[in-house]
Design a protein around this ligand. Structure first.
Ligand code: TEU
Ligand code: CA
Length: 547
């Protein structure tokens, strides 16, 4: 049976994790070599982002063959070894299934381009004039979501890069092909799946212009998405595996349906609303300071409504698309350690399954790139041009990228203070962050007070306390935006979590501490029990109620 409630999941971006053969690119053998490190964190599953055959325009999210391995990352034998070695350590491997689209280099798309009707129906090809796309929808990476193919006199839909063509899930043949992919990997011993942007798979019957947005309202949580998921899960018998759907611009109502066990869809969902509180008017490319009142409200709503309706959240701050959280909502300077630990506490004590993205457990920061030539991500390179076209100066555009680029999370894992942070013997495909001499795994492993050892303690707490893994949640002191405080409880256990998002002292408003508590974990060396009503900068504390 899937046991996602007591589990913690570690996310690996293989290209940046560890390079075992000295070509500057992380690989599958590199993951195998670091399994003992991963085991030392106490995690139960590893989710790796895609390593399948791909032209790598979007670093593997453009899949050209779901059943074979990109030689850049290794071979099928390496994957089999990874599964076997992880299994020995009681770690399950989860794969990333990119089923909303394929690469335009996939053989299905190539056949479609050659005019093969069967395969044209695997995608969305629409008639039209070369100067008029079928709708005004925008790609998530900038520009039109349609590309014209002169030889066919048709346009095809791509919600992401022009090299990522959207699959037509209305076609049962497409659904069968994708089920076969799942069956193949299940057979290999894979223990779970992450489904990329899976709430975008159901497009509307009629394609029309969006006069109020970029088109997303027509295909987000689309008309048949729940039916498609139910069918995929039932026909591949993955109901008992750990599955997580990445949900773009979704709603709580839909996430309840995706994850309520009686619906037989998924174990849990990623949603991103809490990671948009520093977008100005919802625009990722306009900087704004994080709105903590909104963050607080969002956590409150998602945690309590999912709880009250039998839903289950994936809880996280970081992934390969998000800037580093300590740079974003913490403090890279004076309170680097405290703020990284506080942010971790808030997530790991919540109701849901926590995810740790490689390097997050070290307090890795944003990349600090200052020149456009340092960036690699297709989205960053597209938006750099768009920002300049909109009239931003080079400095302004670079400032925005330095805070918003996905490359912030893709710099090499910082293993030690040696050359290239111990990631590779050769120059890595993307630059190492400038602080690797002080922020690295070797250094932190030897330091009891490190962020790394704090993550280990937090992950262990979830295993030890049922109130954390499977208890209820209720929020405390909602009137104080910069203080996040909540109780986790079962019938016979109660835990109280208090966290200060401000870089200054804050007062706790409610008299929550009238009763006796014992400190389980604190991010300050000397605990604050007597003066708990005064919470220090970025302080966080996990307390167990004593009888
Ligand atoms: O991401 C989906 C997605 O929409 C975002 O996280 C996206 O990067 C952001 O909205 C842009 O501002 C998933 C993958 O995680 C990502 O790496 C892929 O690029 C994308 O799907 C396409 O497969
Ligand atoms: Ca390599």
């Amino acid at each position: 049976m899937r046991d996602y409630k007591h589990s913690t999941i570690y996310q690996i971006y293989p290209k940046s994790f560890y390079d075992s053969n000295g070509d500057g690119i992380g690989d599958i053998r590199g993951i195998v070599e670091k399994l003992d490190y991963i085991k030392s964190l106490g995690v139960d599953y590893i989710w790796s982002t895609p390593f399948f055959v791909s032209p790598m325009n979007d670093n593997g999210y453009d899949v050209a063959d779901y059943l074979n391995i990109n030689p850049m990352f290794g071979s099928m034998k390496d994957v089999e070894e990874l599964i076997a070695e992880a299994d020995k350590r009681e770690i399950g491997i989860m794969l990333d299934m990119v089923f909303n689209h394929t690469s335009t280099e996939h053989e299905w798309f190539k056949k479609a381009l050659s005019g093969d009707k069967k395969y044209m129906d695997y995608y969305f090809f629409k008639d039209g004039e070369a100067d008029r796309p079928p709708t005004n929808w925008q790609s998530k990476f900038g520009g039109s979501a349609w590309e014209y193919v002169p030889t066919l006199k048709k346009w095809y839909l791509h919600l992401f890069d022009v090299s990522q063509a959207d699959l037509n899930w209305n076609n049962p043949a497409v659904r069968e092909e994708l089920k076969n992919v799942i069956r193949f990997w299940k057979e290999k011993g894979i223990k779970g799946f992450r489904f990329d942007v899976v709430n975008l798979i159901s497009k509307p019957e009629i394609f029309e212009d969006d006069n109020a947005g970029d088109g997303r309202r027509f295909y987000t949580d689309g008309p048949h998405v729940h039916d498609f998921l139910k069918e995929l899960v039932a026909d591949t018998q993955i109901e008992d595996m750990v599955t997580v759907g990445e949900m773009s611009s979704t709603t709580i109502e839909n996430c309840i349906r995706y994850t309520d066990p009686s619906e037989r869809e998924l174990s849990m969902c990623f949603n991103f609303h809490h990671l948009k509180v520093d977008y100005k008017d919802g625009n990722k490319w306009e900087l704004q300071k994080a709105d903590y009142a909104q963050l607080h409200r969002l956590f409150y709503e998602w945690q309590t409504r999912m709880q009250d309706n039998n839903g289950w959240n994936a809880v996280f701050w970081c992934n390969h698309d998000q800037p580093r959280i300590v740079s974003r909502m913490g403090d890279e300077g004076r309170y680097w350690k405290e703020s990284a630990k506080m942010l971790a506490t808030v997530i790991h004590a919540m109701r849901g399954t926590p995810y740790v993205f490689q390097g997050e457990e070290l307090g890795m920061t944003n990349a600090h790139f200052s020149d456009i030539s340092e960036y690699r991500d297709v989205e960053s390179l597209n938006y750099y041009k768009i920002l300049l076209d909109e009239g931003k100066s080079v400095d302004e555009a670079l400032k925005i990228l330095s805070e918003r680029s996905r490359d912030n999370s893709r710099t090499p894992m910082q293993w030690n203070g040696g050359a290239y942070a111990g990631f590779s013997k050769a120059e890595p495909w993307i630059g190492v962050s400038d602080n690797y001499e002080s922020i690295n795994a070797e250094e932190e492993d030897n330091d009891d007070s490190s962020i790394l050892n704090y993550y280990r303690a937090l992950i262990a707490l979830r295993k030890e306390y049922e109130a954390i893994s499977d208890g209820k949640i209720s929020f405390v002191d909602m009137g104080n935006p910069e203080i996040m405080a909540y109780r986790r409880y079962t019938d016979d256990q109660e835990i109280l979590v208090i966290a200060n998002f401000a870089g200054r002292d804050k007062k706790l408003m409610e008299a929550v501490l009238a009763e006796g508590y014992k400190v389980l974990l604190s991010n300050y060396e000397v605990s604050n029990m007597e003066k708990i009503f005064n919470i220090r900068p970025y302080e966080s504390i996990v307390l167990l109620k004593t009888p």
